[in-house]
Ligand binder design. Structure first.
Ligand code: MN3
Length: 202
């Protein structure tokens, strides 16, 4: 997250708005990034202005406000800024396919096969009730799939996110209406950025 005199700025998409078509339309990406993601950035800047959180990093703000009822507004906006930046980087034009060899081995160790992983990831994205996120994370040495509600982010449970899929309705409704499974499967098959996941694994 870039900072400019202690305010956050909306990061640019790592690809043109129409790069993910036909899986995610330019219209969806335009609204999702230009309106939703931007609103989280703007709200966060307003909420932290003049507080002890101004000038802190996004991760510091997320960790300092997680689970605190009186800081829920700040947490929700900060985590959603982080989650969306991570989501854009989890996708790429011509993505999907198979992960790099070392990561693939870890996936097969955790989920029996790459196909089984894809099924479980789609299932997590589909069964997250209401708004939220499906994640591939590393938990120490093992890989896991987790889902989080609303703005919740695995960072706060000590898990290291590798990839995410946004399953809030605003992520897919213009393109898929209620067909969340079709969106999830298309993202997994055609857009996941496995190089980003491998880089996050470190
Ligand atoms: Mn979203």
């Amino acid at each position: 997250m870039e900072k400019n005199s202690s305010t956050f700025t909306l990061p640019e998409l790592p690809f043109p708005e129409d790069a993910l078509e036909p899986v995610i339309s330019a219209k969806t990406l335009g609204f999702h990034h230009g309106k939703h993601h931007k609103a989280y950035v703007d709200n966060l800047n307003k909420l932290i202005e003049g507080t002890e959180l101004a000038g802190k990093s996004l991760e510091e703000i997320i960790k300092a406000t997680a689970g605190k009822e009186d800081k829920a507004g700040i947490f929700n906006n900060a985590a959603q800024v982080w989650n969306h930046t991570f989501y854009w980087n989890s996708l790429k034009k011509g993505g999907g396919g198979e992960p790099p060899a070392e990561l693939k081995k870890k996936i097969e160790a955790a989920f029996k096969s790459f196909d089984e992983f894809k099924k479980e990831f789609a299932n997590a994205a589909t069964t997250q009730f209401g708004s939220g996120w499906a994640w591939l994370v590393s938990d120490g040495d093992a890989l896991k799939i987790v889902k989080t509600g609303n703005a919740e982010v695995p960072l706060t449970s000590g898990l290291k996110p590798l990839l995410t899929i946004d399953v809030w309705e605003h992520a897919y409704y213009l393109d898929y209406q209620n067909r969340r499974p079709d969106y999830a499967n298309a993202v997994i098959d055609k857009l996941l950025n496995w190089d980003f996941a491998a880089k996050n694994l470190g």
